[in-house]
Write a protein that binds this ligand. Structure first.
Ligand code: PEP
Ligand code: MN
Length: 275
């Protein structure tokens, strides 16, 4: 038995399916979660959310508490951002996901969001992991950008060990020596995690590449490797985005991709092979 007992295939051979509203993550069809990196304003987000819903996107994302490398960068709208995100989700008829960066914000985030995101920088914030393990909300656990697969799965284990089985893993790229891309999207991790864990896995090629023109090719690769869905950053005017504009897709590009995906042009091969 591996050290991540509860999340391992050994402890549960059938795939876990996590339900968020009408959205089933880990089911037969891949799920698309999309939205801006950060919530910026209500009018823009409501309009964008409705457009995303029409395309077939199943969940709306948007950061209210943003973990930024520089203290001088836009930090997110905080509580106002949560309220706006919830309103946009309601207007469009989609569940919403947002990041919690601090245990002190957890109850407030749970009031507005249907799914809680733990960001890459907090993957080993063990106090936060234990707290989200005690709430009855599904959790998207992003991989730390320097975390091994074992460290990542042990972080998920913290949440399950506290009694919350509704965990979805998210591969979002790791640090490497290459500077052309923001991160190295670890396609190996997608196939490997689907073999060694029963938890669903979502791919985030937006942070994984950091470059808009690479997002959709890497998204297709992730689905082909077995990912259960995608998290994609999209912004109506990426050049003016308050965070992560260079990796944000314009809605028109996402619409074309969604047609391809829903038309089953991109097949997810969910075949598990033995090691
Ligand atoms: C995000 O999803 O906007 C984000 C900050 O992601 P990560 O934690 O993967 O950097
Ligand atoms: Mn972002």
């Amino acid at each position: 038995m591996p050290p991540y007992k509860l999340v391992s295939r050994e402890s549960k051979s059938d795939n876990t399916v996590v339900r968020v509203g009408d959205c089933l993550i880990g089911g037969k069809t891949p799920v698309v979660i999309a939205g801006p990196c950060a919530v910026e304003n209500e009018e823009m987000l409501v309009k964008l959310a409705c457009r995303l819903k029409r395309m077939g996107v199943q969940m709306l994302r948007g950061g209210a508490y943003k973990p930024r490398t520089s203290p001088y960068s836009f930090q997110g709208l905080g509580a106002d951002g949560l309220r706006i995100l919830a309103e946009a989700g309601r207007a469009a008829g989609m569940p919403v996901i947002t990041e919690v960066t601090d245990v002190r914000h957890l109850s407030e985030v749970c009031r507005y969001a249907h799914m809680i995101q733990i960001g890459s920088r907090n993957m080993q914030n063990f106090g936060l992991l234990k707290e989200v393990g005690r709430v009855g909300y599904p959790v998207l656990l992003k991989r730390g950008f320097s975390a091994t697969l074992e460290e990542w799965l042990l972080a998920a284990e913290y949440i399950l060990a506290e009694g919350n089985p509704e965990v979805v893993l998210c591969e979002r790229g790791i640090r490497g020596f290459e500077t052309y891309t923001r991160n190295i999207f670890d396609i190996n991790a997608v196939a490997a995690v689907k073999n060694i864990s029963h938890l669903p896995l979502i791919a985030d090629p937006s942070h994984g590449t950091g470059r808009r023109e690479l997002v959709l090719p890497v998204a297709r690769a992730a689905l082909a490797a077995g990912a259960d869905g995608l998290m994609l950053e999209v912004h109506p005017a990426p050049e003016n985005a308050l965070s992560d504009g260079p990796q944000s897709l314009p809605p028109g590009d996402l619409a074309v991709f969604m047609e391809e995906l829903l038309g089953a042009g991109t097949g997810r091969r969910n075949s598990r092979v033995s090691a």
